[in-house]
Design a protein around this ligand. Structure first.
Ligand code: F6P
Length: 465
């Protein structure tokens, strides 16, 4: 049943808009996150009766829940830590993420055994906790927007508890093609699809991912039932980015980066900014940079690869190993080619948004070469922020390629030699062409700003079927 202060618009996601850390003196520090959903939800205004339901992720968050210290408009669920670990790390990030991004080394993995079944039971429990909380908080006929692969079972569970609600589910990842999706045990695949089909509307970032979902539903279940399918290609927030990227801390980072690039202002830069995420293909990007230096000696001493690779999902060994590999390959390139006054790869491994914006502003070429990516907002942000125009080398497997492909230099992310050639092409693109393409890329990248993206989903969900 709904609570007396029931909400009209609810968002549910694993990671919420705020996180807490416990200081040594026992006080709690809170930090607001950014991202499309945060600015999207701001579109409905502070007065709207909205509620964001999310999980407590660390000790600080759990303590905030215990102290009742949460912010207005946010409800954090203090789900048992072991249940959360199994649901988030073992299922969401080690199975569902791997399926949708096609990351398995299939001769040895995945293995769906008894341990997996236990983890799956935890994933159900965790989804159930969200469904219960949403059912308790939602006003009659309210709209609930459930986010991502962590919460794929929530729509079905919630539908049973509260048939009066308008439920949307949105996938921020790609969706696996049916042959790959079928790696999952049959009953689990069915449960996942039925979970999402509990929603009135299932949203995706591109037509390609929506079609893959429809393909899975058709093959596995015989159709999508009454659920409508929508495509909403989240764009960059131009106003915010342009203002934020001219603040003093960004100017200071530009000075610092110029110092690290060295030379007398004549060196070119290839920039990449990513979470150190298996799907981002950072290692092959470094191999491509090395091949460029191997095969085109004219670039030696004249080019720097700025790689900003921020830690992500460090609870998982495979992510920690991947980060080590990024470091190892970068070091190997620097040992082979570096000189007293030239470091070919400048690697930053600490998250720093001001530095990312500074790198965007300086970039001659942006390298965005994921194996597979729901959208990739870096590809959309660089052209908006770039000072002098930036050529974009873009994987055809990134969702953003659907909109940016015509003005990018397209690569197959597995083709290292092809990527090296694309980097050369991008570096030698004539200035006027580069500027024109950047203008068109920026226009395409900002076509659907986060607030519009969010409102479109709300409107589609409240419109009669
Ligand atoms: O695309 C899926 C997603 O949940 C994004 O929304 C987010 O940027 C990313 O993964 C971060 O994941 P995590 O919450 O595991 O750090």
């Amino acid at each position: 049943m709904s609570s007396p202060h029931a909400a009209q618009i609810l968002v549910a996601s694993n990671r919420g808009p705020v996180s807490y850390t416990l200081r040594e003196d026992g006080e709690l520090d809170s930090r607001r996150g950014g991202g499309g959903l945060v600015s999207g939800l701001s579109a409905v205004g502070g007065d709207a009766d909205s509620l964001w339901v999310c999980a407590a992720l660390g000790e600080g968050d759990r303590e905030a829940v215990r102290r009742g210290a949460g912010e207005d408009g946010v409800r954090m669920l203090d789900i048992d830590a072991e249940v959360h670990h199994a649901a988030y790390n073992d299922i969401a990030n080690s199975v569902l993420w791997f399926v949708h991004h096609m990351l398995y080394q299939t001769p040895l993995e995945p293995v769906f055994d008894a341990a997996f079944r236990q983890q799956w039971a935890a994933y159900r429990t965790y989804n159930r906790a969200f469904a219960d909380a949403l059912a308790a908080e939602a006003a009659k006929g309210a709209v609930v927007l459930v986010q991502d692969y962590h919460l794929a079972l929530v729509p079905g569970m919630l539908r049973e508890l509260r048939p009066d609600l308008r439920i949307g589910h949105f996938s921020h990842t790609p969706w696996a093609p049916v042959d790959y999706f079928r790696l999952l045990p049959d009953d689990i695949g069915e449960e996942l699809l039925r979970g999402i089909l509990g929603a009135d509307r299932a949203g995706f970032l591109t037509r390609r991912w929506a079609d893959a979902f429809i393909g899975c539903c058709t093959e596995v279940l015989g159709g999508t039932g009454r659920t409508r399918i929508g495509v909403h290609g989240l764009g960059a927030d131009a106003g915010f980015l342009r203002a934020r990227s001219h603040e003093p801390d960004v100017e200071r980072r530009m000075q610092e980066l110029r110092g690290r690039i060295g030379g007398s202002g004549d060196r070119k830069t290839i920039v990449r900014v990513d979470r150190t995420e298996l799907s981002k293909n950072i290692v092959r990007g470094l191999h491509a940079f090395r091949e460029l230096l191997d095969t085109r000696p004219e670039w030696r001493g004249r080019l720097v690869h700025l790689a900003l690779a921020y830690p992500s999902r460090q609870d998982l060994a495979v992510y920690r190993d991947y980060m080590d590999e990024v470091r190892r390959v970068a070091d190997a390139i620097n040992s082979r080619y570096g000189t007293d006054d030239w470091t070919p790869v400048v690697l930053y491994l600490k998250d720093d948004f001001a530095r990312s914006l500074a790198a965007y502003r300086l970039a001659d070429v942006a390298l965005v070469n994921p194996i597979r990516d729901g959208m990739n907002l870096v590809a959309k942000e660089v052209p908006v922020v770039s000072d002098h125009g930036c050529a974009l080398v873009l994987s055809r497997e990134a969702g953003a390629h659907e909109e940016l492909g015509p003005d990018a230099v397209t690569v197959n992310p597995y083709d290292v030699s092809g990527t090296a050639a694309a980097l050369h092409e991008a570096l030698t693109m004539p200035g006027p062409e580069r500027a024109e393409r950047t203008g068109r890329l920026a226009a395409a990248a900002t076509a659907l700003p986060p607030q519009r993206w969010f409102l479109d989903q709300l409107e589609a969900l409240t419109a009669s079927p």
